[in-house]
Design a protein around this ligand. Sequence first.
Ligand SMILES: [Zn+2]
Ligand SMILES: [Zn+2]
Length: 292
Amino acid sequence: MNDWFHVSALAEGVWQLTEPGHVASWLIAGDDRAALIDTGCGLAPIRPVVEALTDRPVVVTQTHHHFDHIGGTHEFADVLVHPLGVEGLAADVPAELIAAYEDYADAMERAFATYAMLDARYFHLVEDAHVPRARPAGPWRIDGVRATGTYDDGDLVDLGGRALRILHTPGHSPDCVSLELVGERILFGGDTVNTGPVYTQLPDSDVPEQRASLARLAAMSDVWDRIFCSHFLRTEVRPEYLARQVAALDALLAGEVPLALAMDCTGRSVLEARFDGFSFLVAHDWRAPVAT
Ligand SMILES: [Zn+2]
Ligand SMILES: [Zn+2]
């Protein structure tokens, strides 16, 4: 066991496995099996952490195929992803992509030292779940994994006594899904809902699709109290947050929002539309659709 992961209990048989500063994954134990929603960035084994929490067989349920969500997927036999993520999941992650992210992580860790010092003096927001751990030494690689099954919008992943409902929510990437813990008022939004920059600048991102996915979630959000997201130090939002993000995207799509120069976590220059508590990244060649 290692302390790379910060484990917090969210509800009976539901845990968040946080790699502070990097990404969060979630474990939900049913009577028959457990679902592991994403497997982290692969810097430390996640399976021993999972097995310390549940003795049920584990099915990995991917929110999507991006490298920072699949690092430990190879540790498990049973892996589900949206059909549009099968190919990406099976591909080895390019070494250059990991190297670029390592540069970002180095800079983030250096910045955190100053941030923590200021927090201890003035602000008092930082908890253990927020503190980036020292990254394990040695080479970091993420090999592709073959999915053992797929799911699509409306499908249920039955865990025995509780179930996850799949909501296809493309926009950040075409294969993004959000997972509803049915009847338990919890939604796992993955990268569809984030509290810092929402990445809609990637080659296969689609800003109008992201708007449609968030609007769909916002319209059904009275069945949830808690929504969990993958990145940054705030990994939980209230359902009202969805409508705020939809309104922000409406303004962005109307061309009403100034765009600032920014950098994403792979060192790519992007444009950022900033709002209160979150932002959206878009590519330099992105243009708001012209109204007809
Ligand atoms: Zn992603
Ligand atoms: Zn991500």
